[in-house]
Write a protein that binds this ligand. Structure first.
Ligand SMILES: Nc1ncnc2c1ncn2[C@@H]1O[C@H](COP(=O)(O)OP(=O)(O)OP(=O)(O)O)[C@@H](O)[C@H]1O
Ligand SMILES: [Mg+2]
Length: 467
């Protein structure tokens, strides 16, 4: 059964109970009131009769002119003989209960055959000599009650019918958005991720559900789009990586074969070919390491060895490590470090990894000769800031955030793909953020780039604890 029907039935049932309770209460109160009024009326008639007889007068219909419902008055002798009887045409229908005289003063209702409910109110009261029996009609009250019952029944029925119609209409309208939500859910299940529910007034409960649902659907769609984009980049990376892997492997193999086939090669050539083999092996190792690193960081399995670090040492070691590369590329490297540098806590090797990537990028993207790269170090508030500035090709504003994503390289990678996999900056950012720092770039195309990162300075007890 639909919610709509259930709620309508429940509403009508509750309303029917309420209407029924009001009707029954009204009926009981009114019939009680009528009973008391009939009893008072018949008592009044009997009292008038007793008074009149007591004053020595004879009873006539005139005596009871004030009562509009008199039916019967009987005057009985002490032995129960009817001395006088006067009444209306209905008097014949009154069948007096046999024990009426034995309960004097008690009014009671009696029925007549062929009609439902009480018809007369009768009473026997003692008189001066003997007793008086009086009966009045309660026909009007009974028909009023019957009329009231029918009226209540009809009005109640009409009201409940209207209530059912209104409830159905209101519920149908109110629940329409729910049906739309179900339709939208079906569409999404069928693969249409762009399906949305039509906006409803935000203040209604369903409106709020719809807004929340639309927001969730938009987020889902964005997440799916992001996943697709990452998968696409991963596919692209696998294609690139296999190419990158194949190139050094091919030359390693080719030069090894040359060396193997020509044992009499002169020293100079032999050294040159061996140099190429070593360089290509390094390239291969670097690529493989980066992919392994990425996998570890992404899966949360990376190991971090934190210790108290003097950042000057990290910069100097990194500068030494890239000195040969810088020389080959004719790039001048300047390292500016102040005398006293506050300590930080991080993984030393990981920070060297970040620096090597920034420095090798700076050399790689120098673009002009002579290249100039400056590394500087300075405290900045609660942080220690490192900057690597070059005078190279720079990075467009659009690419400045993108290059920190995995497998992303600046510019049009179809026409001019830089050497490398586009993993260095992504891994660097993960490392810096792991130690609660921040890494970013500022640059103007063709005017060089400045990569900065900050790491929190550690002082006092935290420093002692880390050491
Ligand atoms: N100093 C820089 N000047 C200009 N562009 C840069 C510079 N550093 C990085 N980029 C741009 O950012 C991209 C991403 O750099 P990232 O270090 O992540 O990858 P990569 O150097 O291409 O490859 P990998 O470091 O994985 O070998 C680079 O391909 C380049 O387009
Ligand atoms: Mg790089």
């Amino acid at each position: 059964m639909s919610i709509r029907l259930k709620v309508t039935l429940a509403t009508v049932a509750i309303a029917a109970l309420a209407v029924g309770a009001v009707d029954v209460t009204t009926f009981i109160l009114l019939s009680d009131y009528f009973d008391r009024r009939a009893a008072a009326s018949v008592r009044q008639v009997a009292h008038t009769a007793v008074e009149t007889l007591g004053s020595g007068h004879r009873l006539t219909l005139e005596t009871f002119a004030s009562s509009d419902r008199l039916v019967l008055v009987e005057v009985l002798s002490p032995k129960g003989k009817v001395l006088q009887r006067l009444g209306t045409s209905e008097a014949g229908k009154v069948l007096l209960p046999s024990d009426l005289l034995s309960h004097p003063g008690r009014a009671r209702s009696i029925e007549v055959p062929g009609s439902r409910g009480p018809a007369f109110e009768v009473i026997a009261v003692p008189a001066k000599s003997g007793s008086v029996i009086a009966a009045v009609s309660v026909k009007n009250e009974v028909s009023t009650l019957a009329h009231l019952f029918r009226l209540n029944f009809t009005v109640g029925g009409v009201v409940l019918g209207l209530l059912a119609i209104v409830a159905l209409v209101v519920l149908t309208r109110s629940l329409r958005p729910l049906r739309q939500i179900a339709t939208t859910a079906d569409a999404i299940a069928a693969g249409d991720l762009s399906a949305r529910v039509a906006p409803a007034p935000r203040r209604s409960e369903i409106g709020r559900v719809e807004t929340a649902l639309n927001r969730m659907l938009a987020e889902n769609e964005a997440a799916f789009a992001q996943r697709d984009a990452t998968e696409e980049r991963l596919r692209q990376f696998l294609a690139d990586a296999s190419h990158e892997l194949r190139t050094p492997l091919t030359s390693i193999r080719a030069f090894s074969e040359i060396l193997g086939d020509n044992p009499r090669l002169d020293e100079g050539e032999r050294a040159k070919f061996l140099g190429i083999i070593v360089k290509e092996s390094e390239r291969l190792t670097r690529l493989i390491n980066q992919v392994l690193d990425l996998a570890k960081i992404e899966s949360g399995a990376a190991e971090w060895h934190s210790s108290v670090i003097d950042m000057r040492e990290v910069l100097e070691d990194s500068a030494t490590a890239v000195s040969q590369l810088f020389k080959e590329r004719n790039v001048k490297l300047t390292v500016e470090v102040p005398q006293n540098v506050p300590a930080i806590v991080a993984d030393r090797d990981r920070l060297v990894q970040v620096m090597l990537n920034l420095l090798s990028n700076a050399a790689k993207f120098c673009g002009r000769t002579p290249g100039a790269v400056t590394v500087s170090l300075a405290p900045q508030g609660e942080f220690l800031r490192v900057q690597v500035t070059d005078n190279g090709i720079g990075i467009s504003a659009a690419d400045q955030e993108v290059i920190f994503e995995k497998f992303r390289q600046a510019g049009d990678t179809l026409t001019g793909k830089p050497q490398g996999s586009g993993l260095g900056l992504y891994i660097s950012r993960r490392i810096i953020e792991h130690f609660s720092g921040r890494i970013w770039v500022t640059s103007r195309p063709r005017e060089g780039a400045c990569f900065s990162f900050t790491l929190p300075i550690v002082r006092g007890p935290a420093l002692v604890k880390a050491a």
